[in-house]
Design a protein around this ligand. Sequence first.
Ligand code: MN
Length: 321
Amino acid sequence: MTRPGAGLRFATVLWDGQATLVGVLDGAVVHLGAAARALRRGRKAAATGALPADMLGLIGGGPSGLRAAKAVLQAAARCLSDGTWRARPRDPVVRPLDRARTLSPIPRPPRNIFCVGRNYAEHAKERGADVPTVPVFFTKPPSAVVGHEAGVICWPATQNLDYEAELVVVIGRRGRDIPRARAYEYVFGYTIMNDITARDLQKKHTQWFKGKGLDTFAPLGPWIVPKSALPAPHALRIALRVNGEPRQEATTADMIFRIEELIEVLSAGMTLEPGDLIATGTPSGVGAGFVPPLWLAPGDVVEAEVEGIGILRNRIVAPGR
Ligand code: MN
């Protein structure tokens, strides 16, 4: 038996030069707008209701927009499996996933990304910090966001470049003073962030914004999984590898403050908006925790993985490339 949303994934890819909302199937990306038109022409229209124009439209569009997008994607999956459609590099409707240039699922988030520091006890300890009794919030600017496979720049401003694999909650509905019992009503879905950190700047400036806010320091993606496809977000393996070598390996069950509590505390007196992102913190195994520390350098390939979502992969690059 499959869950209602099993396998649902939505991405933003560069499609003929345009940032475009696509559905992701095994090995293929589906241009939802073009697929809906093709299905109507072939009188196979499964879609009802208006199809969202982009990812923010999908996230904030409520259940009807998601239903329409899901219906188009499922019809497309049938057309692919019965051979009516084929994924081809220049096809107007379906293209091979491995040829797609994936952007951040929300190419430019409307405002700063909310982040939680020290939300796994073992990570707090490896950083020499006390286990917090209230969530530690900070933010990263939208200008730091890049997508899957994008380069992360090792800026001359830092000698201590580090990684942090994190599960990200995507808010789908406006709300304030959200009680934890209703928190998931405000969740659209989930993605992955690598909370790239310049440890020397983080320490030097005391506040974390500078050390975590440089350009390319917020890789996001590769796509967003709606919450119906991920009904147990606190039972997921979370891992990070550098050049294939395991560095972080934990479970989201180990979070100190769970998603419902983070939403309750963050939304107290503060409005959350559709498209807001909450990065829920990283487990132990960051580069700074090794003796001697293991800093990232140009050429390194970093993979952040969360079970049920996928793998966010980025290469560290020197500036000016
Ligand atoms: Mn972090």
